[in-house]
Design a protein around this ligand. Structure first.
Ligand SMILES: Cc1cc2nc3c(=O)[nH]c(=O)nc-3n(C[C@H](O)[C@H](O)[C@H](O)COP(=O)(O)O)c2cc1C
Length: 181
């Protein structure tokens, strides 16, 4: 059975380089079924939760995480941190009775306009994820700098250096999936 990969992008826009990066990571992982989660969720609001429970999109997201063999999370850097979109999704997930990320093999990456490739956002993301206890794949931190100029028309990374580094991260993730099955 091909592994099931779920992508979480910290950017919503259709042309997002983080979404491109997630798809490229899934391709480099090898034979796998890749699905991207919809993080276009309402803003977390305790009143909404009290009155209506968790939104349907949150329940779907939690079920997708639970079913996935591995997660790919990519975030842009917004003002030196993780995006509100991704943090909001994590806040909703934390309100669910299931804890779908515990022990889940997970690869973190970022794509940003700046020279550091969004690594400050990744650092913050790692901190936010501590309570969710995912199994984060070890490897060099993957931050794609100047991201709007790093993909060709087919959505492939053009740089050999980045491709090799992302492939290594996907190998580490695959090893973690193998160990957790
Ligand atoms: C609100 C906002 C804040 C940003 N702050 C940063 C930043 O701190 N560092 C950085 O490298 N890029 C910053 N950028 C530029 C993003 O890195 C760039 O728009 C990136 O392509 C977004 O990812 P996407 O292509 O997936 O949408 C910011 C962009 C926005 C919209």
């Amino acid at each position: 059975m091909p592994h099931k990969l779920l992508g979480l992008s910290g950017a919503l826009r259709s042309g997002s380089t983080n979404r491109l990066l997630l798809r490229e990571a899934a391709r480099l992982y090898g034979a796998a079924d890749y699905v991207e989660a919809d993080l276009n969720l309402p803003l977390y609001d305790g009143d909404l939760e009290s009155e209506s429970g968790l939104p349907g999109g949150v329940n779907t997201l939690v079920a997708q995480i639970a079913e996935a063999d591995a997660l790919l999370i990519s975030t842009p850097e917004y003002n030196a941190g993780v995006t509100g979109v991704l943090k909001n999704a994590l806040d909703w997930i934390s309100r669910h009775s299931e804890k779908p990320m515990v022990g889940k093999p997970t690869a973190l990456m970022s794509a940003a306009a700046g020279r550091a490739g969004g690594v400050r956002a990744q650092t913050m993301l790692r901190s936010c994820l501590v309570a969710f206890r995912p199994r984060i794949a070890l490897g060099s931190e993957f931050g794609l700098a100047n991201s709007s100029n790093e993909f060709d028309a087919d959505g492939r990374l053009t740089s050999e250096h980045y491709t090799a580094s992302l492939t290594a991260l996907m190998e580490a993730l695959k090893d973690d999936v193998g160990r957790s099955q």
